[in-house]
Design a protein around this ligand. Structure first.
Ligand code: ADP
Length: 495
């Protein structure tokens, strides 16, 4: 199929899904939201901060190369190192004091919603879904300012033993401190000096201070957990993300196992009256291999129906599941790596007993589906095309304010290089008799054990923002599928 035909398919899919979104009764989205504070630092700012903290102290601490930020000296040491080398870095801080210090001494240029669940909740509310029930275990007053304030975005609270859905701004805990990540950008050519050393920044880059306060738990209060039956009557499916924040040890004898078990209990409770309820997990980079493996084999496997991830995350997932060679081939980035990506997706589908694995890459999406998935291949293809249009809109505009915005994404052309990257996969599948060249061009392939849907995506040349586009792709595709599912809320009937 040539690009013009794909463009036609895109228009049809978008108008189709747009007309069906009304069918989605609601979606539950948890767990991670935070505030991203953005600051483009100037020479004056850096000189001021060096003056406050003191050159000598910064210089001494630079030698120690702090791997976590405990105080402003650690922060300045890592900032100067990052600026000296022009190298991006992400460093954790386990308290909230640094945020307060930065608020007093630096102040951000602008702040935005961060965290997969927060980003997806806002997007789905803006797309006009009937009900988006968002849940973050640490809802602070500051955090509520970054949620879309609209009647279809609600937060669950328990009052007098009953579940009440409120707007986030009416539901926060006044004692809760905010989780704020600082993204500090600097520019090529900036000059400053510290302890007799003169520095000139060699390229534009950024330092991220990621907030990991000790009170972060991927968790739910027992009262809320008890009331989940009321939430499941309002929803057709759930999108879950943020499990990467589970820690291996909590220092009080508690380990990740406790939180993994709680995470599974939440999923099982959501599915209590409808074991087929679609549950999507959005994966991300997780350094700790114990946690990465536990998320996949203990939370995702058997409990979840759908998994979304990018190509690097596919390699990371395969790696902990014992497919090191396949993981290596995915990362090789040669022309054959797309074959490894497909084989990897099939491994994940089977090994984790999923109904759907959706991989997004720059230029194309690959989705493998199990034979027992209730929807046909054309519905899956439409969902991917809708998702790509949502992504292109977000990359063009920075944020989607309403469903009609997505006409902007439709204008973005299909990325021809993405289409070309798939040729090796086509040859491989045809050679093995899995499909004909015509089937492949059509984007829907059915093998004896699973279905495969491949679409070339729309890529924006000069995106306004790229943060959270992967989340937008996965959430867009998932709700398009929910909109196409048979419409009976079994939970309302049974309870
Ligand atoms: P994030 O976690 O920031 O969402 P991911 O790596 O999960 O990042 O996803 C990024 C995805 O966004 C890519 O896989 C690609 O499909 C999509 N993408 C990135 N840049 C663009 C762009 N300019 N136009 C359209 N899609 C893009």
């Amino acid at each position: 199929m040539d690009i013009a035909d794909w463009e036609k398919r895109y228009s049809e899919a978008v108008s189709n899904v747009k007309g069906q979104l009304e069918n989605v009764q609601g979606v539950f989205v948890a767990y991670n939201s935070n505030v991203d504070a953005m600051k483009h630092i100037s020479e004056t700012d850096i000189k001021k901060l060096i003056g406050i903290v003191g050159c000598e102290k910064i210089h001494e601490r630079m030698v120690e190369y702090p791997r976590e930020i405990k105080d402003p000296v650690d922060f300045m040491a890592r900032l100067v190192i990052s600026m000296r080398d022009g190298k991006a870095a992400e460093v954790p801080t386990y308290g909230t004091d640094l945020n307060e210090w930065l608020m007093d001494n630096l102040v951000f240029d602008h702040a935005r919603m961060g965290g997969q669940a927060g980003i997806m909740s806002n997007l789905l509310a803006n797309l006009g879904l009937n009900n988006v029930i968002t849940y973050v275990p640490w809802l602070s007053r500051e955090q509520t300012e970054y949620f879309v304030d609209s009647p279809n975005l609600k937060y669950p609270v328990v009052e007098d033993g009953k579940l009440v859905l409120k707007r986030p701004k009416d539901a926060y805990d006044p004692d809760q401190k905010p989780k704020v990540n600082w993204i500090i950008e600097y520019s090529n050519g900036m000059k400053f000096s510290c302890a007799g050393e003169k520095y000139e920044v060699p390229r534009d880059n950024r330092l991220i201070i990621s907030s990991r306060p000790k009170w972060i738990r991927i968790d739910m209060s027992p009262e809320m957990y008890e009331q989940l039956s009321d939430i499941r009557k309002e929803i057709d499916g759930a999108i879950l993300a943020g499990y990467q924040m589970i820690k291996e040890e909590y220092g009080n004898g508690m380990t990740y196992r406790h939180y993994v078990e709680k995470a599974v209990n939440v999923i099982e409770s959501l599915k209590a009256c409808n074991p087929d309820m679609p549950i999507h997990v959005e994966f991300t980079s997780i350094q700790n291999k114990v946690i990465r493996k536990a998320i996949l084999t203990d939370i995702v496997k058997k409990h979840v129906t759908s998994l979304g991830l990018d190509t690097v995350e596919v390699a990371n997932a395969l790696n902990v599941l014992g497919y090191e060679e396949l993981a290596y081939s995915v990362m090789s980035r040669d022309e054959k790596s797309v074959i490894a990506l497909y084989e990897g997706a099939v491994r994940l589908l089977k090994e984790l007993e999923l109904q759907r694995v959706h991989i997004h890459s720059l230029g194309y999406y690959i989705c493998v589906v199990s034979k027992d998935h209730p929807l046909d291949a054309d519905s899956h293809r439409q969902a991917l095309l809708f998702a790509s249009t949502v992504a292109a809109t977000q990359a063009t505009l920075g944020a989607i304010k309403c469903i009609d915005d997505i006409s902007v994404g439709l204008e973005v052309p299909v990325y021809t290089d993405g289409h070309d990257d798939l040729i090796e996969l086509e040859k491989y599948l045809v050679r093995r008799g899995i499909c004909t060249a015509e089937d492949f061009e059509d984007g829907c392939i059915s093998s004896s054990s699973h279905g495969l849907i491949i679409v070339p995506s729309k890529v924006v040349k000069d995106p306004v923002a790229t943060v959270g586009i992967g989340d937008a792709i996965s959430a867009g595709a998932f709700i398009a599928l929910l909109a196409k599912m048979p419409k009976v809320n079994i939970c309302q009937i049974k309870e």
